[in-house]
Design a protein. Structure first.
Length: 623
């Protein structure tokens, strides 16, 4: 008779009894050693780590022993862990039934605790019920629909029922401030919050005070360093674990962020994943996210195996239907937004530089005929240089940190002199127009945000705005994110949102693409330049067009388009991509390419984009 035991403190499972080590050489040995990773601890005991999933592994051992008719018994702690696993299986079945019922008959009323002050929108109520009734739910509502509010509403009910007492949010750094702000908006009080940031000794000191903390905020990167500390909190308190922007772990096993989340998640009383982009590039992207919610039972894996193709997307959705909710774009009831296209002719010198650059690309590249061999270059250096020339030729003489492009190597003295001395000839019209629009809006009492892809452009525009007498703040990828650093990213965004005299925010698009809401303070966005990345563009648009806008708010996007330049091609391609995007956003789960690249140099061009660029270049074959 062998005893199966579990030690919660060390998270280890033991098989003990006379000559237990001989089991590794018996019929069950391969499974015990290779699959379940048991090792000998003396002649009479085997051990393995449960990886925070003791019930699952104990169930596997019991089944193995029964198959090989090996007599066994469970210790009280092992029995408790196994009962927890059985409870988990029942919860999955119950969640399947309740989740499907909520979709079939969406509840339209909900009673919230008095502590919750914000009034829910009608379209948010079913998702809150889903969060309560489904043990480990997913919320795939579109950006700007109020996913944070829905979760906090559900948390308020769970807390009143004594199901959970703390929230741990794993998210991008940019989401720290929004979570804190939304908590205040929902409960009317500042949260007792701990942001896992700073030096290791500082974090250790903060974590020691976890008793008084209700809201923990941790980045996916930092979790890798603080797994043990976060695990201790999850073991000690009943916690609601939230993975915000959960598509960041789509890589799955082997990805550092996924592995860290996978290790700590089983310890949470309740798990929730949030993202408006559940399958950024392919349906398989969703599998790793659901593995965190429902390990071993993963409904997304089963759905992929059965219906893993776009031809059977309806069957895929139906199979996964009980386990997630999604508020679509057309449910938000947002006021319409206005697109203002401003066609900007290039200055004389800028036009000359642009024309010469296009002809050089033609002579150096298109003469090779093999267009496919050009794609890698066009996707990076050549396209970026056309963007630079159409925006601000000064950029051509500098290394581009954003796109990892070296300075242009001039082949003619004329072009080299034009680029090197460009700023002495003229100031790019797009930059002066952007600053002028911001100044005019400021004089009307309206705040605005100016977007660009290039740090140098942002810095130049910021100076132009300030030189015109308008107070502004600058946020780029170079802006410090560390809260201990003065004038950091969050403090600048806070200044823009709360200081009545700060009228303009100048930013690079990736710097604040996710999780930042500016819709209460700002209703005008000015785009100096854009890339082919539709997801990046749409995410930036959502910063000022979200749930919470007053019904008659005018939201305006001022698009500066260089006449006769690549800007016109990008405008055409983005318009077509957005039509497809809006269909998907108003539909359900599908392939949704709203990924926000951490590194713009990785590129975001597809074959149709490249074909459009080639056609644009052919216009310069003569002249």
């Amino acid at each position: 008779m062998f005893e199966i035991d579990y030690d919660n403190d060390s998270d280890q499972i033991f098989i003990q009894g006379a000559s237990a080590s001989k089991l590794l050489r018996g019929r069950s040995g391969t499974t015990l050693s290779v699959i379940l990773h048991f090792q000998p601890d003396g002649p009479d005991r085997l051990f393995t780590s449960s990886d925070n999933r003791p019930g699952t592994k104990i169930a596997d051992v019991v089944k193995l022993f029964e198959n090989h008719r090996i007599a066994n018994q469970l210790s009280s702690t092992a029995k408790e862990a196994l009962e927890g696993y059985v409870k988990y299986l029942r919860a999955f079945k119950s969640s399947s039934i309740k989740g499907r019922e909520i979709h079939k008959h969406p509840p339209m009323e909900i009673t919230l605790p008095q502590s919750f002050k914000r009034k829910l929108k009608d379209f948010q109520i079913p998702s809150v019920h889903h969060l309560i009734d489904v043990t480990h739910p997913a919320n795939f509502s579109v950006p700007g629909s109020g996913k944070t509010t829905m979760v906090l509403a559900g948390y308020s009910i769970l807390k009143e029922q004594h199901e959970v007492s703390k929230i741990i949010v794993i998210c991008p750094r940019s989401a720290f401030e929004p979570w804190t702000e939304e908590y205040f908006e929902c409960f009317g009080i500042e949260p007792d919050v701990l942001r896992l940031a700073g030096l290791p000794q500082e974090r250790k000191k903060l974590l020691a005070e976890s008793e008084s903390i209700e809201l923990f905020l941790c980045t996916y990167q930092m979790l890798s360093n603080e797994k043990e500390a976060v695990s201790k909190i999850l073991r000690k308190y009943p916690c609601l674990l939230i993975l915000d922007e959960s598509h960041h772990i789509k890589k799955g096993p082997g990805g550092v962020w996924y592995d860290a989340v996978n290790e700590i998640s089983p310890l949470a009383k309740k798990r929730v994943i949030l993202t408006g982009t559940p399958a950024p590039n392919q349906l398989e992207d969703i599998v790793s996210q659901f593995e965190i919610l429902w390990p071993v039972l993963n409904p997304a894996r089963k759905a992929i195996d059965l219906y893993g193709s776009n031809e059977r997307i309806e069957d895929f959705r139906d199979a996964l239907n009980p386990y997630y909710t999604r508020v679509r774009k057309d449910q938000l009831g947002l006021p319409t937004r206005q697109i203002v296209k401003i066609h900007v002719p290039l200055g004389d010198v800028q036009q000359r530089i642009y024309d010469v650059l296009c002809r050089r690309i033609l002579s150096q590249s298109l003469s090779k005929i093999e267009e496919r061999s050009l794609i890698s270059d066009l996707r990076k250096a050549l396209v970026v240089r056309l963007l630079q020339a159409a925006s601000n030729p000064t950029l051509l003489s500098e290394y581009s940190d954003e796109f990892k492009i070296p300075p242009l190597s001039p082949t003619g003295v004329d072009l080299e002199q034009l680029i090197q001395n460009y700023s002495s000839y003229e100031t790019p019209k797009k930059l002066t127009i952007a600053a002028g629009i911001a100044k005019k809006l400021s004089e009307e009492g309206k705040k605005s945000i100016i977007w660009t892809s290039f740090v140098h452009n942002a810095e130049t525009i910021n100076k132009l705005v300030e030189n015109s007498g308008i107070k502004s703040v600058l946020v780029t990828g170079s802006t410090a994110k560390d809260e201990s650093v003065e004038n950091n990213r969050d403090s600048r965004l806070h200044q823009f949102k709360t200081d009545p005299s700060t009228m303009v925010l100048v930013a690079t698009i990736p710097a604040i693409a996710e999780s930042v809401s500016l819709h209460k303070e700002c209703h005008d966005a000015i785009y100096v330049d854009r890339t082919f990345n539709c997801g990046l563009f749409m995410q930036s648009m959502d910063r000022i067009h979200r749930v919470g806008l007053p019904p008659k708010t005018d939201t305006r996007y001022h698009l500066l388009i260089g006449t006769g330049t690549l800007d016109e091609i990008i405008e055409m391609r983005l318009k077509r991509k957005m039509e497809v995007m809006h269909q998907i956003l108003n539909d359900d789960i599908g392939i949704l390419d709203l990924d926000v690249p951490e590194d713009l140099s990785e590129g975001d061009w597809d074959d149709e984009d490249i074909a459009a660029v080639l056609e644009h270049l052919r216009q310069f074959r003569t002249g």
